[in-house]
Design a protein around this ligand. Structure first.
Ligand code: FAD
Length: 295
């Protein structure tokens, strides 16, 4: 069947860092028509996955298909696809420029891809499928994660899949029950300046509500207020070896999260940082597992 796009409406637009970061919510209609038949739109995207939208290209002036990781969860906000979009600053940047412009307003329509389910009864948002399990941040089944310790490492808008994990886990009280101790999630969020701290108050609130299950380490790398009580500087660094080669150094991370070897690391950010992390883990400490999604 041909690719199905339905018009979603921009229902929330929040500028975090002007011209750089925007929180966008696209709301899907409750039902949509395909080939003359109306189908309900059912939202069961798993936390940590991406949907596909068709924003406008600012450079090409054509609609372009792009993937965005969903930062909220359907359990709490059905059919509302939230993401954080950043300006990529690449030479070829196209849609990432458009999202930061005044052309994007409340009420703007942006097509979103949906699929007819196997039973042919409902439309569901298309869930981007990543074949390589090590690059896939789709949250594992509930029976698996509720017994595990995690370290989420978010660089910039790489927070999106990890905050979806956390919102889902918090809604499930981190899987704690009479029979299960529940999960523990440490989150390290590295951004350049205080304006880029996405969902900061909410994350502090989750920590207050679930101190036994969640720990939050916000880190500012370029600009911070004088009274900033959290981390500063680069959490993953490079070190020059005796042969002159630069290699990844995770010692600053290990200082913050000393039980790293017990943790399932879930990282989202840039390619160079992923490589440095892999090198650093190889040299210093092996986490329980490592999955990374890089854009
Ligand atoms: C799984 C996944 C999740 C993502 N989640 C988010 C998110 O939550 N937030 C977010 O801001 N971004 C996210 N992205 C990135 C997003 O999809 C866009 O790629 C990004 O916003 C940049 O879009 P752009 O149109 O400006 O530039 P690009 O996507 O880089 O493309 C610009 C133009 O250049 C062309 N182009 C690019 N590279 C080449 C090349 N080498 N040769 C020829 N042509 C080229 C493209 O076809 C396009 O026409 C995600 C990407 C993936 C894969």
């Amino acid at each position: 069947m041909a690719l199905i796009l339905v018009p979603a409406t921009v229902t929330r637009l929040e500028v975090l860092d002007p011209g750089e970061f925007r929180v966008v919510e696209l709301t899907l209609p409750p039902a949509a028509e395909v080939d003359g038949t109306m189908y309900p739109v059912v939202d069961d995207l798993r936390a940590g996955t991406a949907f596909l939208a068709e924003p406008m290209g600012a450079r090409t002036r054509k609609p372009q298909k792009r993937l965005y990781t969903r930062s909220n969860v359907g359990l709490l906000s059905p059919r509302v696809l939230q993401t954080v979009i950043n300006r990529s600053h690449e030479d070829r940047a196209d849609t990432s420029i458009w999202w930061q412009t005044e052309e994007v307003r409340l009420g703007t329509e942006v097509p979103v891809r949906v699929e007819l389910d196997d039973a042919g009864e409902a439309l569901r948002p298309y869930e981007h499928r990543i074949g390589d399990d090590e690059k896939n941040l789709k949250l594992e089944p509930d029976a698996w994660w509720r017994e595990r310790r995690f370290l989420g490492l978010a660089f910039g808008t790489g927070l999106t899949p990890l905050i979806a994990h956390l919102r889902y886990m918090a809604a499930m009280r981190f899987g704690r029950s009479a029979r299960h101790r529940g999960a523990h999630y440490s989150l390290v969020l590295s951004v350049r300046n205080p304006r880029q701290l996405m969902f900061h108050e909410e994350l502090l609130g989750i920590r207050r509500a679930f101190p036994e299950h969640f720990d939050y380490h916000p880190i500012l790398t370029r600009e911070w207020p004088a009274d900033w009580a959290h981390g500063t500087g680069r959490i993953v660094r490079t070190e020059r070896r005796s042969d002159g080669a630069l290699v990844g150094d995770v010692s600053a991370l290990l200082e913050r999260v000393p039980d790293l070897e017990t943790r399932h690391v879930r990282m989202c950010g840039g390619k160079a940082c992923e490589r440095q992390l892999r090198e650093g883990f190889e040299r210093l400490v092996r986490p329980a597992s490592f999955k990374a999604e890089v854009w």
